[in-house]
Write a new protein. Structure first.
Length: 310
């Protein structure tokens, strides 16, 4: 019987076998595993039943994916309607959701799904350029092709211009008429189109230095900060002052270091504890009062670098 633990272990082993660097497994938050290969970063969450995800966790997962320039993917076994089909994408809160076999095909063979499950059935994206090229080669008008495919001329126009998706039956008819593949594969491993991150509205010491700050509730760190003006700077992954004991902070340093290495972020503690010097393990510590004195982000990054080297 498949368990979430088995599923996660399969995913981790698969990624490592193909040269991905993987984080430890964090199965209680908005993501379970982060993996990186060259510039590609995957933010993964698993469920046996994909309907188990809630909107708040999905929102945090999408926000983190935007900051880390990662591809968010949910991997599961079934939904309320039955087992997930191979080669089909099921979305949950706008996050691509697939079965383990579909994920294996992408990682092992670069075979990407092309079918989207949505209300009302299964749909595909039509390659409008192929439709137009072959239609013109066969000297067919939009109306001619529309009649053969049993759709309206307006619908065929929308297919050709990438405005709407087609159901799988129509796509099969078009492929028979034109004698060529007309559907587009959906590359879930490419960096997604960047959306705006909903940074905190609170004016704090990091925001005064030009950072947007995203506080997290379901992650192994308290916040992520990223320069609003540029994607060139690595995000800061931070644990902040919450009156924690030194023992607790040392325990929290382990996932902070682990995740920062995979996401290429700068890990940092921002705390007041006078007993703690300049680092916890290998993670630099910036005191809250020091943060207030920086005039720009360069000064902050310089101190982080110095304390990391020491």
């Amino acid at each position: 019987m498949l368990t979430r633990g088995n599923l996660l272990q399969q995913i981790e082993n698969l990624l490592k076998s193909q040269g991905y660097k993987t984080s430890d497994i964090y199965d209680q938050g908005s993501f379970d595993l982060v993996a990186r290969k060259n510039l590609l970063i995957l933010l993964l969450k698993t469920f046996l039943n994909i309907d188990s995800i809630n909107e708040h966790n999905a929102h945090e997962m999408k926000q983190l994916a935007n900051i880390f320039l990662a591809s968010p993917i949910i991997i599961g076994e079934k939904s309320r309607n039955g087992l997930l089909e191979e080669g089909v994408i099921y979305e949950r809160y706008d996050i691509p959701t697939i079965g383990i076999d579909t994920f294996k095909n992408m990682i092992l063979y670069n075979e990407y799904p092309e079918i989207l499950a949505d209300r009302g059935g299964y749909f595909v994206k039509i390659d409008g350029n192929v439709i137009k090229q072959y239609r013109e080669e066969y000297s067919m008008s939009l109306k001619d092709l529309a009649n053969l495919a049993h759709v309206s001329r307006a619908t065929m126009y929308k297919y050709e211009n990438g405005i709407v998706r087609a159901n799988t039956e129509t796509a099969m008819i078009l492929e028979e008429i034109l004698n060529t593949k007309v559907t587009l594969d959906i590359d879930l491993l490419k960096q997604p189109q960047k959306d705006d991150v909903e940074y905190s509205d609170d004016v704090n010491d990091l925001s005064k230095l030009g950072y947007g700050v995203l506080s997290t509730n379901k992650s192994p760190f308290d916040a992520v900060a990223k320069m609003k003006s540029s994607d060139k700077h690595s995000p800061l992954m931070a644990n902040v002052e919450k009156n924690r004991t030194e023992k607790t902070l040392k325990r929290m340093a382990v996932p902070l270091k682990d995740l920062s290495m995979v996401t290429t972020s700068e890990p940092v503690f921002i705390i007041n504890n006078e007993k703690i010097k300049e680092s916890i393990g290998t993670i630099p510590v910036i005191k809250s009062w020091e943060l207030k004195e920086f005039e720009n982000s360069k000064e902050l990054l310089k101190m982080i670098k110095e304390r990391k080297e020491n």
